[in-house]
Write a protein that binds this ligand. Structure first.
Ligand code: HEM
Length: 133
């Protein structure tokens, strides 16, 4: 018989927020907002015309980042936030657009643990703003 430790859902932010389904929902909302709201036009213009690859890869990145499956990191050995964004000039304004769209996406998606989701939005905002020059 399986022990409690074997059957319990791991206590990581990834799992507490609802796993892959939640990460996908947040990222789909994020790219929908980026694609439709003129407030994010500058951010949208930096991205490829086809957002489908990012709709797959950002949720996988966030999954590993939040303590879940690390498929994105395994598939991209040596890649990190710095190298991924090296080709881009990220201004403070566009970093603010990223942070705002992500916080809205998280709020609109209302993950299971709302308090933790809000905290994740805050950390992602700090990361994004820290990347702006
Ligand atoms: C600060 C503002 C940011 C801007 C302007 C920005 C912009 C971009 C752009 C233009 C791309 C390439 C997209 C494409 O090829 O269509 C990209 C890739 C990526 N971004 Fe950002 N980004 C920002 C912040 C972040 C943050 C905070 C994270 C993580 C929490 C993140 C995670 C990623 C990842 C993982 C990829 C690459 C995915 C892959 O190739 O597998 N970005 N970003």
């Amino acid at each position: 018989m399986a022990t409690i430790a074997e059957t319990a859902i791991p206590n990581t932010p990834f799992h507490r927020l609802g796993g892959h389904e939640t990460m996908q929902a947040i990222c789909d909302r994020f790219y929908d907002l980026m694609d439709s709201d003129p407030a994010y036009a500058e951010l949208r213009a930096m991205h490829a015309a086809d957002l489908a690859p990012m709709r797959k890869s950002l949720p996988m990145f966030l999954a590993g980042w939040a303590g879940g499956p690390r498929d994105w990191f395994d598939a991209n050995p040596g890649r990190c936030m710095m190298s991924v964004h090296k080709p881009f000039t990220i201004t403070k304004a566009v970093a603010g657009q990223w942070a705002e769209a992500m916080k809205r996406a998280i709020a609109d998606t209302t993950p299971a643990d709302a308090e933790l989701a809000k905290a994740m939005g805050g950390v992602l905002e700090e990361m994004a703003l820290g990347m702006g020059r």
